[in-house]
Design a protein around this ligand. Structure first.
Ligand SMILES: Cc1cc2nc3c(=O)[nH]c(=O)nc-3n(C[C@H](O)[C@H](O)[C@H](O)COP(=O)(O)OP(=O)(O)OC[C@H]3O[C@@H](n4cnc5c(N)ncnc54)[C@H](O)[C@@H]3O)c2cc1C
Length: 345
């Protein structure tokens, strides 16, 4: 008989697992304290790119698996997934094209592109924006999937419900054992909430704050710079996300001084006037010091639990690869006879 599945968490990890189980005929329910835009997932930018998640050697294969699934979703206009050129820069160092990005078509950005004369010929400047990339020393460019979270999270939730799943919002569990005993398979996608839910002291909140500004005419690509201060400008269908920050903190309140700083840094990079701020968003990236946890264990009453949390700044980037690994751990006969740890752990 097929398991009855309870998933804790309605962020991108919980919803993606929900879709995989429900579409394969499992009776699946999602329980979550927060849903949709209230979750960390709702605050994300969210570009496909491995960032702030460990260990890289295990993150990359799951990220590439997710990349392939997202490419398929682009054909569905309702998904909120599109392709965008990502230009990743460094202000200080010679940035190398990562080896895993080369088969995806990544290439170094020539130094001439970062001089003002060369940028004068770009599509961006033809449309009226004179992007000055002079502050950057080197960069590379790569086409990647972009998930517009204002559309994509609803798309996943609707797809899950259409496959027979249910979502119970405003539901908080102190421990996994509190989940109704009619569910015999538990999936833990609690993000930073896993720290309390399963007492995992390895989970840290890497706080990120962003500002949502109006669409910037003539900005056709995402600009990202990981050296301090972290800076990114990511154009979406209806607006643009300016970031960002990454600090060890649990504070979910937006700090207007931080918003002002990040908006002026982005405006400086793009060589534009400071735009109006439409909204400020804060999220807690669920970073796990010992690595993303995709692992099969059991709870005190003997029920099987598959953990899927600790994705840090890569929850979207890893979502389909990790959800597939969760499904394999849940259904692998070899796994059901004893503890089984996936390659991710
Ligand atoms: C500013 C910012 C920018 C980002 N940009 C990107 C990006 O470009 N690309 C990318 O891949 N990632 C990005 N991330 C990271 C990404 O947002 C996270 O990795 C991802 O959202 C984690 O998803 P999740 O579903 O695991 O957790 P969450 O989205 O945090 O969801 C956790 C869920 O569990 C529920 N929950 C927790 N504890 C309990 C409990 N005890 N009982 C019931 N429910 C519980 C919560 O209510 C919520 O529904 C960014 C993050 C931030 C903050």
């Amino acid at each position: 008989m097929k398991h009855r599945v309870a998933i804790v968490g309605a962020g991108v990890s919980g919803l993606t697992c929900g879709v995989i189980f429900a579409e394969r005929g499992y009776r699946t329910a999602i329980f979550a304290k927060e849903t949709g835009q209230q979750t960390t997932s709702g605050a994300a930018a969210a570009l496909w790119f491995p960032y702030d998640a460990e260990p890289l050697a295990k993150v990359i294969p799951r990220a590439l698996e997710t990349y392939r699934t997202l490419i398929d979703l682009i054909r569905n206009q309702d998904s909120g997934v599109s392709m965008i050129e990502l230009r990743q820069f460094s202000r200080m160092d010679e940035i190398l094209v990562p080896h895993w990005a080369i088969p995806l078509g990544a290439r170094a950005i020539s130094p001439s592109v970062m001089s003002s004369k060369a940028t004068a010929k770009t599509a961006a400047s033809r449309e009226g924006l004179k992007i000055s990339l002079k502050m950057f020393k080197s960069g590379f460019s790569l086409r990647v999937p972009l998930m517009d979270t204002t559309i994509y999270l609803d798309y996943l939730a609707n797809r899950f419900i259409a496959a027979g799943g249910s979502i119970a919002a405003d539901t908080y569990f102190k421990q996994l054992e509190d989940i109704d005993s009619k569910f015999d398979l538990l999936i833990n996608c609690a993000g930073v909430g896993a720290r309390e839910l399963v007492g995992d002291a390895d989970v840290e909140s890497h706080r990120g704050q962003v500002a949502i500004v109006p669409r910037i005419s003539g900005l056709p690509y995402a600009v990202v710079c990981d050296d301090a201060p972290l800076m990114y400008a990511i154009p979406r269908r209806n607006d643009c996300v300016f970031g960002g920050t990454n600090d060890l903190s649990n504070d979910l309140a937006a700090d207007p001084a931080i918003t002002a700083q990040l908006v002026s840094e982005c405006a400086r990079a793009l060589n534009i006037e400071n735009p109006n701020v439409l909204a400020e968003r804060v999220g807690l990236r669920p970073f796990r010091k010992s690595g993303v946890r995709v692992e099969r264990t059991s709870v005190a009453d003997g029920r099987v639990v598959i953990h899927n949390y600790g994705h840090g700044g890569s929850g979207f980037t890893l979502s389909w690869g990790c959800a597939q690994a969760v499904f394999e751990l849940a259904t692998d006969r070899a796994a059901s006879s004893g503890p089984y740890v996936s390659a991710m752990h």
